[in-house]
Ligand binder design. Structure first.
Ligand SMILES: NS(=O)(=O)c1cc(F)ccc1F
Ligand SMILES: [Zn+2]
Length: 262
């Protein structure tokens, strides 16, 4: 399976390799700052319905940019529907973005405030498109749920992922991950913002309906530190800690962010 190359977001490694900071003619790039008072309440937005089957979990791996947990998306077993979406979308993977310190790390900001990390649950429109790779190229191809992580209490569900991280320290390391229900990482509050955007790493395609949860989840310092122990680099290469793997904010252009709440 060829996944769209993550490439790299702007970061220290950009010195060595070309990194597209913006794509020419991009009108709906991500991430963006969500200015709470400029978001528009849309009473027609439905509640988001999330039904994940924990046994569709396959493996957890370090792809040299983040760590991701991938799911069996060969059938409609882990799906989301409702919210701003016209079709149901299949869960393919989830991953995180984080900073070297707690002052920054998220990709989206709320009223220009960064969170220390952000979770992305990536889904694709298998009703309309035959493969994920094709959906990545289409305006309504993907739906990504964004969840902010803030420093606070220990997160039991996250700890299962954290315990697996030492085994995937290096780029391309992978371990089997049998059963995991990612809904334990999604806050109970139903409120979200939604807007039309893009992937935040290459190919940066403008194919994502973003659904950003208003309420963050709490994780503790040790759990954030565990993310920062991962490496961008492969075994045997000079070690580069995996931190600051977030893309810079992009212009809002002619977009409105809608809210599901007043
Ligand atoms: N950070 S992201 O959720 O926009 C994203 C998801 C993918 F599946 C591939 C590339 C991406 F950048
Ligand atoms: Zn992401």
């Amino acid at each position: 399976r060829i996944l769209p190359a993550w490439g790299s977001a702007a970061g220290p490694h950009c010195v060595k390799q070309r990194c597209p900071l913006t794509i020419p003619g991009g009108t709906r790039q991500s991430p963006i700052n969500i200015q709470w008072r400029d978001s528009v309440y849309d009473p027609f937005l439905k509640p988001l319905k999330i039904s994940y089957d924990p046994t569709t979990c396959l493996h957890i791996w370090n792809n040299g940019y983040s760590f991701l947990v991938e799911f069996d998306d060969s059938a409609d077993r882990s799906i989301i529907v409702g919210g701003p979406l016209e079709n149901q979308y299949r869960l393919k993977q989830f991953h995180f973005h984080w900073g070297a310190i707690n002052e920054w790390g998220s990709e989206h900001t709320v009223d220009s405030k960064f969170y220390p990390a952000e979770l992305h649950l990536v889904h694709w429109n298998a009703v309309v498109y035959p493969t994920f790779e094709e959906a990545v190229m289409e305006g309504n191809g993907l739906a990504v749920i964004g969840v902010f992580l803030k420093l606070g209490a220990h997160h039991e569900g996250l700890q299962m992922l954290v315990d697996a991280l030492p085994a995937i320290k290096h780029k391309d390391a992978v371990i089997e991950f049998d059963v995991f229900d990612p809904s334990c990482l999604i806050p109970s509050c139903p409120d979200y913002w939604t807007y039309a955007g893009s992937l935040t790493t290459p190919p940066l395609t403008e194919s994502v309906t973003w659904i950003i949860k208003k309420q963050p989840i709490e994780v503790d310092e040790n759990q954030l530190e565990a993310f920062r122990m991962l490496l961008f680099t492969s075994d045997g290469e000079e070690e580069k800690r995996m931190v600051d793997n977030f893309r810079p904010l992009q212009p809002l252009m002619n977009r409105t962010v809608r809210s599901s709440f007043q």
